[in-house]
Design a binder for this molecule. Structure first.
Ligand code: ATP
Ligand code: MG
Length: 317
């Protein structure tokens, strides 16, 4: 049977962006917005979409409602050639949505979880894991019904020989309850950003945070925004600088694009230092266009951006 490169397990929702909002919402009153955009939201979907654009074959496993927003998400993923056959279309729960009110550089978000709140390990095709080379899980804290089984999921993937990666993302409840000691031994690449790593470990210094996890984590890749990314493992520390550029539009999804560049590099057999560089380049390319997926239409346009803006060859992809 033909193998697919990776299975992405994660949350699914649409984003509704309201721009040029006249004032702040007030209970009991109505205000107007001059611009609106409906787009594919969720970190996991941005990751799947972009790694597929980079050339890896990806299947998505998650849950949405049997409704218009659900159909929209399926269409968006399929347009990026992401396989959607493991996505559960619930008749009971609606598709999740995030309403985003943009005010200059800042935004106010309200999220309705819907179907993704009910997605559990029973909805994941564990019997089919051997069809994949890699498992990537994102947004642990948003998937309340899956959380208790996170270690079982990663252990199942390792048992059938997959490589694995995890991006916890932010905890909206700010509780940071994750079984690091049990789960991280089964995670080959743990991919937090700096702030998430500090919150998770209760430390104020990255080195101390790494020390806290070093007994049981494998490779920890810490994303540091404009400071690039650093990998920590038993073999030492490797750092790669960000590709700062003058074409910056916004950093929405930069972390997910970093993950896509990094894991795509790994699946293509590159060394850790090169994976870091490819992650930073994908993160930087993400920042040259609005939102998380615009800069990743397809491999040709990604290569063009790399050449035109960064004078770099993405040909090693
Ligand atoms: N302004 C920027 N210019 C160039 N590269 C950037 C910029 N911001 C982010 N990146 C790249 O993207 C990577 C990931 O960004 P960041 O550290 O913001 O991740 P994150 O906080 O997980 O993001 P997200 O909010 O998407 O989850 C960085 O390591 C860097 O390589
Ligand atoms: Mg992130």
């Amino acid at each position: 049977m033909e193998q697919t490169d990776l299975l992405v397990v994660g949350e699914l929702n649409v984003d509704i962006l309201l721009d040029q909002v006249k004032g702040f919402p007030v209970v009991g009153q109505e205000i107007l917005a001059d611009k609106m955009l409906l787009t594919l939201g969720s970190s996991s979907a941005i990751f799947a979409s972009n790694i597929s654009a980079l050339g890896s074959s990806a299947s998505f496993c998650g849950a949405l409602g049997n409704d218009l927003f659900g159909k929209f998400i399926l269409r968006e993923l399929q347009s990026k050639r992401v396989d959607t056959r493991f996505i559960l279309e619930s008749n009971e729960h609606q598709t999740g949505i995030t309403m985003i009110l943009n005010y200059d550089q800042d935004r106010a978000n309200v999220t309705y979880g819907g179907a993704m709140n009910h997605f559990s390990i029973n909805d994941i095709p564990l019997h089919a894991l051997h069809q994949f080379r890699h498992l990537h899980v994102s947004s642990y804290f948003l998937q309340s019904a899956l959380r208790a089984d996170i270690t079982n999921l990663f252990a199942a993937a390792k048992t059938v020989g997959l490589s694995t990666s995890l991006d916890l993302q932010w905890d909206p409840a700010n509780q940071w309850e994750f079984p690091s000691e049990e789960c991280l031994p089964y995670v080959d690449f743990f991919l937090p950003n700096e702030k998430e790593l500090l919150c998770l470990t209760g430390q104020s210094d990255v080195e101390d945070a790494i020390d806290r996890l070093s007994g049981f984590a494998n490779i920890i890749v810490v994303k540091k925004g404009i400071n690039g990314a650093t990998a920590y493992s038993d073999n030492g520390v490797l750092h790669s600088d960000a590709y700062i550029n003058s074409h910056f539009v916004d950093a929405i999804g930069a972390g997910d694009s970093f993950n896509a560049g990094f894991i795509n590099g790994f699946l293509n057999g590159h060394e850790l230092s090169e994976c870091l560089r490819l992650g930073n380049l994908a993160g930087a390319i993400n920042t040259t266009a609005a939102g998380g997926t615009t800069a990743f239409a397809n491999i040709t346009s990604v290569k063009q951006t790399a050449k035109q803006i960064f004078n770099l060859d993405f040909s090693s992809l």
